[in-house]
Each structure stands twice: as structure tokens, then as C-alpha cells.
Design a binder for this molecule. Structure first.
Ligand SMILES: [Ca+2]
Ligand SMILES: [Ca+2]
Ligand SMILES: [Ca+2]
Ligand SMILES: [Ca+2]
Length: 453
């Protein structure tokens, strides 16, 4: 999207700083499947959370200095956000507002948790990085230098690769910006350019689909007209669902729909919220009303959408059922925008040993304490062993398995999976295949994939 619209998304206190930083993109914030938890959102230049029915409103950070773009960790325990106007940088904080942790020392307007929540990708001054939260080490995965600078980054759901959108101003006409989309490994190897097109601002808002098969992004064309594009990670197929002018796309947790802001034509001032299937069919309005309806986010169960609107005078958070009515969640407390929805475990174990089996869709299984047996079943599942000696099975789908403390056994099954046996001790068993990312400690036993320690 063009700068004017993206800047309207930012809390007013952040606008000057955002202009200074040349920000166009915004934080990614994939919504992971699970039970619907709390909403986090920008609140009067700070961050607040609330239940989706409006109860239990809580200010997490008061915006001095200013904070923006909070996104929930995939495990729903922490928020990642950017701070401006003093002690600038990326931070994370626990859901209760405690445990503030500074991750970087400069502002970023594109950042996203790794699918296992144990790393963060971000763009800083035109380069893209992966920060390992366990070691604190940053790896540069795209080096920005004139004429080509990164503006946004997104993780593949398997955690092994990322997509980076890049704006290149080397076009001979001096006005056209060459949009370039790259795929790169999390260690910075295998940088591959998959899309190159002439644009007005360069590509923006790349978002990788939950099954790993597609990447959606926004391509601003001539005269400010923009298009929502869906492309395969190897670049073989381009699709263009929708018409002018979509922005801020988000994949449904099941990957069956894309949600986005939509301005009907270049002269429109107030966006509404639309959905479309990734193949370009089923294009329809979800929220269309007076006022400025923006910054949509999926619920983890995929049945609701949170968004910000000024339809009643000030920017407030609302929730719309995919099939049903709209509920106003906040009431005149301040400028509220950029809601993001927390995923909670479902099914969840107890302190004893449990056997949990997921359904055919994406599940978020948590064993908690005890020696658990967890099987995600079909769909892209997230499976957390927790403390205890656990058996974790991903089955079909792009799965994320995290053993936690104890002597665990992780088996990803078919598709590219993220298998994380890092608990500081050897002795875990990881059964992967060639496309999997296997994160382990020295002394863990690994078959079928290349161990990454
Ligand atoms: Ca499942
Ligand atoms: Ca465990
Ligand atoms: Ca799998
Ligand atoms: Ca281990």
C-alpha cells in the first residue's frame, strides 16, 4: 500500500517517527489455530488486551515511550512489539505486562515470531535478520544496500525458510521501483529470487500460507493501483485475486481464505474488510460500513475477525462473526487499532500423563506436566510436550513439535515440519525427513533430517 494509508494505521503518536523511518510495511502477525484467547491491540500509543466480549480490559504498556503493532507469540504467552521515541527497538513482554525484554535497539515495522516462538525475524534499516531468542544471536538473511532494500519479512510455517520483499530503485526511468520477492533459509543460505516486477512502491506485506504452499503479497502498480498476488514459493505460479486496492492480507488459520483491507478504487478514503479464496474466487465484503474499517485479524478458530473502526467516532476494536453479526469490543478509551488474537491450547492436558489426539484440521495440543502421548492428526498442528517424557506425533500437515523438558520423542510425519527438541539436554529422539527443520541439543538422537544445534 502507499504510505498515506499505512501511516493511518499507526497510532497518531507514532506517525512522525514512522515517517522518519520511511515505514511502509507493518508487523506480520500470523494467526495460529487453537482456542480463541484474548485480543491485544494498540491503545493510546501503548498496548492493551481484552476478552473478545469486551470484559477484563487491561493496559499492558502505557505508551511512554510509544509502542505499536503488538503480536502474540505462537504459544500465546508473550507479545512482540516495536517501541519508538525513546529506548527504540523491538521488545517482547509477557501477557500480564511483566517480563519486558528488549530484543533490538532500532525501530522495525516488519517483524514476526518464528512458528515455534523461539526466534524472531525482522527488518532493520533495509536488511532482514533472524534473532535466536535462546542464544541472542542475530543472523543477517538479506543484506540491504543501495539500490535494493528489504521492507518486509515473513516465516514459512516450517520455520526453515523466510520470504523477504525488497524495493529496488535501480530502474532506468528513475521513478519505477522494482519489486523483488526472495525466499531464503533461516541461516541466510539459499537466497532465491522468485518474483520481479515493475511497481510504484515495491512489494509489501508478504505472508506465507499455513500449509507452506503459497505466499501472498501486495503489489502496488501504476497510478497507485494495487493488487493482491498469490505465488508459489518456487515462483512457478502467479495469481491475482481481487481488484484495486487491497492491503494487509492475512491467511485464515486453515489457509482457506485471505482476509484484507480493501479500498474500492484509488480515490476511496475509507477501507472496508474483504475476504477471497487463494485461487481468486469467492471475493466478497465481510465488513462494509461507514467509517474507516481496518487492520483485520483472524480468530484462532477461524470463525471470527477482529478489526478497528471509527464508525462510532473514535477508533475502537470490533469483532465480526464470519457468518453473523458484529460486536463492539472497546468503548471510547483511546485510539485503538491493530488487534491481534491470542491462540490457546485445545485440546489441553492436565498435570498427569495424557493421551491427546487432534482432529483433521489444525490443532494446538499441549500436554502440560506428566508423560504425555500427543498426536496432532491431519492438518498443520502445533504440539507442545511440556515437562515430562512425551511422545509427539505430527502426522500429515506442516507441524510444529516442541518437546520441552524431559526425554521426548518427536516424529513429524509427512510434509515439512519444525521439530524442536532443545531443552538444554541430550537424550531426546527426533524422527524427521529431508524437508524438516530439526532443532536439537548435542546428544539428542536424530534420524532423517540434518540436526541444527
Ligand atoms: Ca490436526
Ligand atoms: Ca517434554
Ligand atoms: Ca507433518
Ligand atoms: Ca534436547
Amino acid at each position: 500500500m502507499g504510505p498515506s494509508r499505512s501511516l493511518l494505521r499507526a497510532s497518531m503518536a507514532l506517525v512522525a517517527a514512522a515517517i522518519a523511518a520511511g515505514a511502509f510495511a507493518d508487523a506480520a502477525g500470523a494467526t495460529y489455530a487453537g482456542k480463541n484467547g484474548r485480543l491485544a491491540f494498540g491503545f493510546a500509543a501503548g498496548i492493551a488486551t481484552v476478552n473478545a466480549n469486551g470484559s477484563s480490559f487491561r493496559v499492558i504498556l502505557r505508551g511512554q515511550p510509544a509502542e505499536a503493532f503488538p503480536i502474540w507469540s505462537p504459544l500465546g504467552t508473550r507479545l512482540l512489539f516495536t517501541r519508538l521515541g525513546g529506548q527504540t527497538g523491538l521488545y517482547s513482554v509477557r501477557a500480564d505486562g511483566a517480563g519486558l525484554r528488549r530484543l533490538t535497539t532500532s525501530a522495525s515495522f516488519s517483524f514476526e515470531w518464528a512458528p515455534d516462538g523461539q526466534a524472531v525475524a525482522f527488518v532493520d534499516a533495509g536488511s532482514a535478520y533472524v534473532l535466536d531468542l535462546r542464544t541472542g544471536a542475530s543472523t543477517e538473511i538479506f543484506h540491504g544496500a543501495s539500490p535494493a532494500f528489504a521492507n518486509a519479512v515473513t516465516w514459512a510455517p516450517d520455520g526453515g525458510r523466510l520470504a523477504v520483499s525488497v524495493s529496488d530503485d535501480s530502474h532506468p526511468d528513475g521513478e519505477t521501483i522494482i519489486g523483488r520477492l526472495f525466499v531464503v533459509g533461516r541461516d541466510g543460505t539459499g537466497l532465491t529470487e522468485i518474483v520481479t516486477r515493475d511497481t510504484t512502491f515495491g512489494f509489501d506485506d508478504p505472508r506465507w500460507s499455513p500449509n507452506g504452499a503459497d505466499i501472498a503479497f501486495i503489489e502496488p502498480g501504476s497510478f497507485g493501483l494495487s493488487t493482491l498476488i498469490v505465488v508459489k514459493p518456487d515462483g512457478t505460479r502467479l495469481r491475482t485475486p481481487g481488484d484495486c486496492c487491497p492491503g494487509d492480507p492475512h491467511w485464515a488459520p486453515r489457509g482457506n481464505l485471505l482476509l484484507f483491507e480493501y479500498l474500492i478504487g484509488i480515490d476511496a478514503e475509507n477501507p472496508d474488510i474483504y475476504v477471497v479464496r487463494p485461487d481468486g474466487t469467492g471475493f466478497r465484503p465481510l465488513v462494509r460500513s461507514r467509517g474507516y474499517n481496518s487492520t483485520p485479524a483472524w480468530s484462532p478458530d477461524g470463525n471470527r475477525v477482529a478489526f478497528a473502526s471509527n464508525r462510532h467516532g473514535r477508533h475502537e476494536v470490533y469483532v465480526k462473526k464470519l457468518q453473523g453479526g458484529t460486536v463492539r469490543v472497546t468503548r471510547n478509551r483511546g485510539f485503538e487499532d491493530e488487534p491481534d488474537w491470542q491462540a490457546r491450547c485445545s485440546p489441553k492436558g492436565t498435570a498427569a500423563g495424557n493421551t491427546l489426539v487432534g482432529g483433521i484440521g489444525p490443532d494446538f495440543l499441549c500436554g502440560l506436566e506428566g508423560d504425555d502421548s500427543l498426536n496432532g492428526g491431519r492438518g498443520g498442528d502445533r504440539v507442545l510436550g511440556g515437562p515430562g517424557d512425551d511422545q509427539l506425533v505430527g502426522d500429515r500437515g506442516v507441524d510444529v513439535l516442541v518437546g520441552g523438558p524431559g526425554v521426548d520423542r518427536l516424529a513429524g510425519g509427512a510434509n515439512r515440519d519444525l521439530l524442536n527438541a532443545r531443552d538444554g539436554f541430550g537424550g531426546d529422539t527426533v524422527v524427521g525427513d529431508s524437508g524438516d527443520l530439526c532443532l536439537v541439543d548435542p546428544g539428542d538422537i536424530v534420524t532423517g533430517c540434518t540436526p541444527v544445534t
